[in-house]
Design a protein around this ligand. Structure first.
Ligand code: UD1
Ligand code: CA
Length: 448
């Protein structure tokens, strides 16, 4: 059966108090809406329609780029969740298959929960609903079930009796139905309720009145955490981080203080990697088997190969590629630079727009001067070269294999392989000068 997803994102999100549409706020470095889009893709939805309000061009552009401009449906004005799903009907007139409804503000739903929902449809349910046992059911819609496991109705908290409010089995918002049936049921939904809205949740009662099966699937409350405010955004972030840390530890990653390590949605860490406390992984980082990331390091857009050692206090920026067994030590920043196998930059250096050969040694205080205020230039360092401490390599410049740069040099011209390059004033020594100086100065002072 073909699958489609309708993602609801036309709500105002006023409680975020933000100029940015709520669903574009990020969890694990990825917009919440993109989590929903990704989920839809992972469960094999061939069509994904996002329902948005007419206002936000940022949101329209985002959906246009992520899924395609024809995957946007406009709901205007927002008259409730059923009304929102109906706004997607036109985009799916040529679609015949299973549809799931997702929210754009519920980023952590596991694919397995949605698969279980589709399975209920395969077993013949007219409507499937993803539910959870809530600690505090509060404002959630309540799932009313019968003894034989039939889902009888969903009652919104505002419309619930005091008896129904005691139910802690709640509606996550995720629902599934066959497309033809879904839109037929939706056309029967009215707005005679406390909020005067068209509730998507009403389709369950309507389907039951037609004597068809409605079924629920249960997931963890954490998996369906919806974000309405920045406080809830932080909660979702915390839940994501917690989940990712545990997954990585289970896959063979050692973390001495996991609660202080932060990942992005796309961080890839190989087995037997050791991550010390207080490390942040921005987007697009891969760390291969057996590497060590020491305390207080910050990585983004970087690839660290097997057995390399990063930090403590290292910063890897986009385009940093650290070869096998290489070492990037404290207060070293690497950007758009390949550092070859076994090379070392152990302390206080900036390596930007460069190439460092295998087993090269970059001394403390070395700077790749890559920028003249207008353009950026490359620094190339050959295999086994040795750059003495506190050298400024003014790009574009290239240091040959095995060459040595004397410390304190300012290198503005290419250096040949195996040569010694010195780019500094020559040392001069004057015997006894200091003694003469002291005698002269002491006399001057006394004469005043
Ligand atoms: C909804 C459910 C409730 C469930 C809860 C889970 C209904 C009637 N209620 O309530 O049973 O427990 O979610 O979080 O469905 N939206 C639109 N257009 C609209 C209204 C909403 O696109 O006209 C979107 C919102 O942007 C949001 C989602 O639908 O992504 C849910 O809307 P919201 O108003 O937050 O629903 P709840 O009252 O939380
Ligand atoms: Ca909500």
């Amino acid at each position: 059966m073909e699958r489609a997803a309708i993602i609801l994102a036309a709500g105002q999100g006023t409680r975020m108090k933000s100029g940015l549409p709520k669903v574009l706020h990020k969890v694990g470095g990825r917009a919440m809406l993109d989590w929903s889009i990704d989920l839809a893709r992972r469960v094999g939805c061939s069509r994904i329609v996002t329902v948005v309000s007419p206002g936000s061009s940022a949101l329209h552009d985002h959906v246009g780029n992520e899924v395609g401009p024809d995957c946007i449906a406009i709901q205007d004005p927002p008259l409730g969740t059923a009304h929102a799903v109906r706004a997607a009907e036109e985009s799916l007139t040529d679609f015949n298959g299973d549809v799931i409804v997702l929210y754009g503000d519920t980023p952590l739903i596991p694919a397995s929960a949605v698969e279980a929902l589709f399975a209920k449809l395969d077993e013949g349910a007219a409507v499937g609903v993803l539910g959870f046992r809530a600690q505090e059911p509060g404002a959630y819609g309540r799932l009313v079930t019968s003894a034989d496991g039939q889902l009888e109705a969903i009652v919104e908290a505002k419309d619930a009796s005091s008896e129904q409010l005691k139910i802690n089995f709640c509606n996550s918002g995720v629902m599934g139905a066959r497309s033809d049936r879904l839109f037929r049921l939706l056309s029967q939904v009215g707005n005679d309720n406390q909020k005067g809205e068209y509730y998507l949740t009403d389709i369950v009662g309507i389907a039951r009145a037609e004597n068809t099966d409605c079924r629920s699937v249960t997931c963890e409350e954490q998996d369906v955490l919806g974000v309405n405010s920045r406080v809830e955004l932080a909660e979702a972030e915390r839940a994501f981080q917690q989940r990712r840390r545990e997954e990585l530890m289970r896959s063979g990653v050692t973390m001495t203080a996991p609660e202080t390590v932060f990942f992005s949605h796309d961080t890839i860490i190989g087995p037997d990697v050791i991550i010390e406390p207080h490390v942040v992984f921005g987007p697009d980082v891969r760390v291969d088997t057996g590497a060590t990331v020491r305390a207080f390091s910050h990585l983004e857009g970087a690839h660290v190969e097997e057995g390399a050692e990063i930090g403590p206090y290292a910063r890897l920026r986009p385009g940093a590629s650290i070869g096998q067994g290489a070492k990037i030590g404290n207060f070293v920043e690497v950007k758009k630079t390949r550092v070859g196998e076994g090379a070392k930059a152990n302390h206080l250096a900036y390596l930007g727009d460069g190439e460092v050969g295998a087993n090269a040694n970059i001394g403390a205080g070395t700077i790749f001067c890559n920028y003249d205020g207008y353009l950026k230039y490359k620094t190339k360092i050959g295999d086994n070269a040795f750059i003495g401490s506190n050298s400024a390599l003014v790009a574009p410049v290239s240091i040959g294999e095995g060459a040595i740069v004397g410390s304190g040099s300012v290198i503005v011209e290419d250096v040949s392989a195996d040569a010694l390059a010195l780019g500094r004033g020559r040392q001069v020594e004057k015997a006894g000068w200091a003694t003469d100086f002291r005698v002269r100065k002491a006399a001057e002072k006394k004469a005043r």
